[in-house]
Design a protein around this ligand. Structure first.
Ligand SMILES: N=C(N)NCCCCNCCCN
Ligand SMILES: [Mn+2]
Ligand SMILES: [Mn+2]
Length: 289
């Protein structure tokens, strides 16, 4: 199947199937036009895919081999340089095309900056948005742009989607006040635990969209990201929370955003690649239908 707004990118190290037969479909959105400190997230989709070359397709702790699963990769979205809204609109259309081709497929978006997450959320319209992030992303606008990556959770909130945020350690008072006004729960990185995650998420309505802004992880694991923040989360404490989430809530989509970098083997991209493999593996092993 051909998609109007996509082009073929490098492929992961996994054998791939057609969209029509896929359980998971990868789409890269290489946009980084509003990142304010470090650029390079436009290379995230390519670097994450290339990082999978380094990984075994077999997930030891799950006894699942991703090479045996039905995974499609529809390439990267054609972005409109400097225009996040137009790029998001093309992303919405592409993900809707994807779901028309296979209503059961689970889209996995590789960013690109976090503003692009609005596209899968608008296309899939989950009841809840669960996000790991260093930043609240609840600004009404940033650098005079309401489609800046610092605003994505606010735009999602305006869709009426319930929101829970984890790993937070950066924001402004106005965002905290907005979260309080809208009943958005956010957990500071210092207060984060898997138990706290379960407490917050257990009553959220389904289905759920899960977003990972890679800067939620500690700076040591993800130095190549647009707005890095020290004091982040550890890998396995996020994986354990996601395993509980996919067992207990129906997941309609997933993304890994804000992976930047300029070279093959970038540490941040390798973190993203490992996370990609674990998410697919846990969905296969534990995913609630
Ligand atoms: N990724 C994000 N959500 N970023 C939010 C804006 C970056 C905060 N810089 C603050 C700079 C103040 N000197
Ligand atoms: Mn973010
Ligand atoms: Mn962030």
């Amino acid at each position: 199947m051909e998609f109007f707004y996509t082009y073929k990118s490098i492929e992961t190290a996994l054998p791939l199937v057609d969209v029509e037969n896929a359980k998971f479909a990868i789409l890269g959105i290489p946009f980084d036009g509003t990142t304010s400190y470090k650029p390079g997230a436009r290379f995230g989709p390519t670097l994450i895919r290339q990082g999978t070359v380094n990984l075994e397709s077999y997930i030891l702790d799950y006894d699942i081999d991703l090479a045996e699963l039905n995974i499609a990769d529809i390439g990267d979205l054609e972005v409109v340089a400097g225009n996040p809204l137009q790029t998001v609109k093309m992303g919405i259309e592409t993900i809707r095309e994807l779901k028309e081709a296979n209503p059961n497929v689970i889209p996995i978006i590789l960013g690109g900056e976090h503003s692009m997450t609005y596209a899968p959320v608008k296309a899939l319209m989950p009841k809840s948005y669960v996000v790991f992030d260093a930043h609240l992303d609840l600004r009404d606008e940033y650098e005079s742009n309401p489609w800046n990556h610092a605003c994505v959770a606010r735009r999602i909130s305006e869709l009426g989607v319930e929101i829970a945020e984890f790993g937070i350690r950066s924001g402004i008072r106005e965002e905290v006040e907005y979260a309080k006004e809208k009943g958005i729960t956010w957990v500071h990185a210092r207060e984060y635990s898997v138990e706290r995650f379960k407490e917050v998420v257990k009553d959220l309505p389904e289905p759920v969209y899960v977003s990972i802004d890679i800067d939620a992880f500690d700076l040591s694991m993800v130095p190549s990201t647009g707005t890095p923040e020290a004091g982040g989360l550890r890998f396995w404490e996020v994986i354990e929370a996601l395993e509980w989430l996919v067992k207990n809530k129906r997941i309609v989509g997933f993304d890994i955003m804000e992976v930047a970098g300029m070279e093959i083997g970038d540490v941040t991209a390798l973190t993203g690649a490992k996370l990609l493999f674990y998410f697919i593996g846990m969905m296969e092993k534990f995913g609630k239908p």
